[in-house]
Structures are given as C-alpha cells and as structure tokens.
Design a protein around this ligand. Structure first.
Ligand SMILES: *Cc1c(COP(=O)(O)O)cnc(C)c1O
Length: 376
C-alpha cells in the first residue's frame, strides 16, 4: 500500500472533476445575449430541483447560509426586545444573525456526546420574551428535532432549524430543513454540497414564509414590479453560474453523501474500542446523520492532533471557544453562567478528513493512525 505524504483536511481539489463543466458554464452564461448573472432561469431551476427533491413548499436561493438565517429570522419578525435561544457551541452566525436584527441571543448548553443543543437546557431559558428557538445540526449529528418541535408547540415559540450542514440527512422520515418552520443550507466550499463560491438557501414547508423570504432577499421587491419595495429588504441574491454548476453537480450528491457515510461508518467501527483510551467516536447509525464533518472527542486532543500531523494527516478543531465566551458575544452572556459541555466540546472535538474522494487506503491509514495514537 502506498501511503500519501500528506492528507489535507480541506482538500484543494474538490471541484477538479467538474472543472471543464464550470469553465463551459462561465463561457455560456458569460456570453449569453441576456447577460443575466443573478436570479435568472438557472437559479429558478435550482430552487425547483431542491424543492421537489425535498418535498418543501418553497426553496429560496440566497447569498450564503448566514444570510439564509438572517432572512428567516427577519421573515419571522424577530426584532428588538425578542430573545432567540441558540446553542452555546457552534458557528458565529447562530448568534450574530440574532444580534443583527436587534434581538438577544440566549445561549443553551449542548449534549456532551453528540454536541447538539440539549432541548432541556433550551427549555430552561425560555422566557416571555422568547420569540424563537434555533437548534443547529453539528458535525454529523442532527439536533433532537422531535423534542424541539414538541417544545416549540408546547411553549408557543417559533422553531428555526439551522440545518446548514445537514443537507441530505433524514431523521425519522423527515428531511433536515423541514423540521422547523424554516431551515437553511449552506453551499460554501467545505459543506457537503459546497460550491466554488458563496451561496445558501432557505427551505420551508410554509409557502407564505417562503414568499416573504423571497421578497426580503431582493430589496423587498416581489419579482414582478421593479422599484416597488413592499418591505425593507436586503441584497442576498444568488449567482447564475453557481446555480447552473450546482444543478450539474446535484446528480452526484447522493453518491458523495453515501461515500462520506461509508467512511464514517468505518471510522466509528474502528474507534469504538478506543473509548476507554480517551478517544470517543460519534454514535453509529444513519438516522438523523449527515457526515459533513466527522469529529471524535479526544481527552488529549493536542497530542492526537500532533501525532496525526507527524503522520501527514491534517485534522481540524472547530469552535474551540464557545459562543458566549467569545469577545463579540460576551455581552449577551449572563454573568456567572457556564456552559460546561460546550466548553468541553471546545477542548476535545477533533475533526478528521471525511471527504468523498479519499481513497480506501487513505481512510484505512487515517484510522490506523488514530488507533495507534490512542494506544500510547
Ligand atoms: C456554515 C454554517 C453556517 C453559515 O453558512 P455560510 O454559507 O458559511 O454563511 C451557518 N450555520 C452553521 C451550523 C454552519 O455550519
């Protein structure tokens, strides 16, 4: 078996197989007589494709996953005086999307093994000011959406699903994105359906909400009357070349997701015996799972990271500092409150390469390396 010298965490050749297609689209759309570069026929077809494949009421393409969250919260009229409960462990837009609308993010701790928001912790933080709860799927695990749906119903709050990383996941028969009143996907390069640029979508099973998002993404216009602004909107439009490229790549998505899941399954099987050695893999299984990132919990993360690097394997530690401990969001962290599981995940989570074009030999090499490090 030949062993590669270096296995990157962020592979530079994600779009290599489709290079000729992309250059062709660039030329075709670039030279087309209508000179339409945003929100044209390709974007409409891409939205339709996702809508049909999901069984959603509407899919609205926009400029990023972050912008998709902003559009959803704005469409739900989240604003000053409102609170939105978000996980303490995760990416910045979970909190900043709330802050940008003048509302207050309230941070809830996560479940220690799966690292997704703990519904009991979220419920504890609901007050008469809570407008919405916004759980996020993290790494390979969907949040406990049946519990969140139940909580939202019982407590009378809106449910926004940050499904940015979980495109293609299905939990109990319902696809990620359709559990909340609205969900989002991100197409930034490294996500499972990433593309060479910025983009995202809002997905919803509520057609009226979709209509509102559609208006907000292009300066409050309805798409029929130019320069008529029904509401104060934003510029969050989608690129035609990227839309055409994503339509082309959509056919291969299921296969790429399946390859990710197969790699993850192999890792989890190999790592199951390492738990007593301080390396804990995510739970096994396929329901409610999408292997965007495969992260283990390592008691001695730095050592594992270093040992892998010495073997040419790059790993990645996401979110070392929980959101409420970030300088940007500390003002929203009640004095004295702690998020012990989020802090622990920040210290221990280590993500391994899981992209679909890893060879079996590379996958085995990575698993061998993790097992060897854990043995010492
Ligand atoms: C990536 C991501 C986003 C933001 O998506 P962008 O397209 O990068 O703006 C939001 N939420 C989660 C959980 C993400 O992983």
């Amino acid at each position: 078996m030949t062993v590669p010298l270096r296995i990157p965490f962020f592979p530079p050749d994600l779009f290599e197989d489709d290079r000729a297609v992309l250059l062709g689209l660039l030329r075709d759309i670039g030279l087309a007589p209508e000179q339409r570069f945003i929100l044209g026929e390709h974007t409409r077809r891409f939205e339709q494709l996702l809508k049909e494949s999901l069984g959603a009421a509407d899919v609205v393409a926009c400029s990023s996953g972050t912008s998709a969250l902003d559009l959803v919260l704005a469409a739900l009229d989240v604003g000053p005086g409102d609170e939105v409960v978000v996980p303490a462990f995760g990416c910045a837009p979970l909190a900043s999307s709330v802050v940008h609308l003048g509302a207050t993010p309230v941070f809830a701790d996560i479940r220690p093994h799966t690292m997704v928001a703990d519904p009991a912790e979220v419920e504890k933080r609901i007050t008469e000011r809570t407008k919405a709860v916004m759980p996020a799927h993290i790494f390979s695990v969907m949040a406990d959406m049946p519990q969140f749906a139940d909580l939202a119903r019982r407590r009378g709050v809106r449910l926004v699903e940050d499904s940015a990383v979980a495109q293609g996941a299905v939990l109990g028969g319902t696809p990620a994105g359709l559990w909340g009143e609205a969900g989002v996907f991100s197409f930034v390069q490294v996500k499972s359906f990433g593309m060479p640029g910025e983009g995202g979508v809002v997905v919803t099973r509520d057609a009226a909400l979709g209509e509102r998002v559609r208006m907000l993404r292009n300066h409050g216009q309805d798409g029929r009357h130019r320069f008529l602004h029904h509401v104060i909107g934003r510029n969050s439009r989608f690129d035609e070349i990227q839309a055409a490229f994503q339509i082309h790549r959509f056919g291969g998505l299921a296969g790429r997701l399946e390859r990710r899941a197969a790699i993850a399954e192999y890792y989890t099987e190999r790592f199951a015996p390492l738990a007593e050695r301080g390396v804990v893999p995510p739970p096994a299984g396929r329901d409610g799972r999408c292997y965007y990132v495969y992260a283990v919990l390592a008691e001695r993360r730095q050592e594992l990271e270093r040992a892998l690097r010495e073997r040419g394997i790059e790993s990645h530690a996401y979110y070392p500092l929980p959101l409420p401990l970030q300088p940007a969001f500390a003002v929203f962290a009640p004095p004295g409150e702690r998020w012990p599981h989020a802090e622990e995940a920040g210290r221990q989570a280590l993500a391994l390469p899981v992209y679909p074009h890893l060879t079996d030999a590379q996958v085995e090499y990575i698993a061998d390396a993790v097992c060897a490090c854990a043995a010492h």
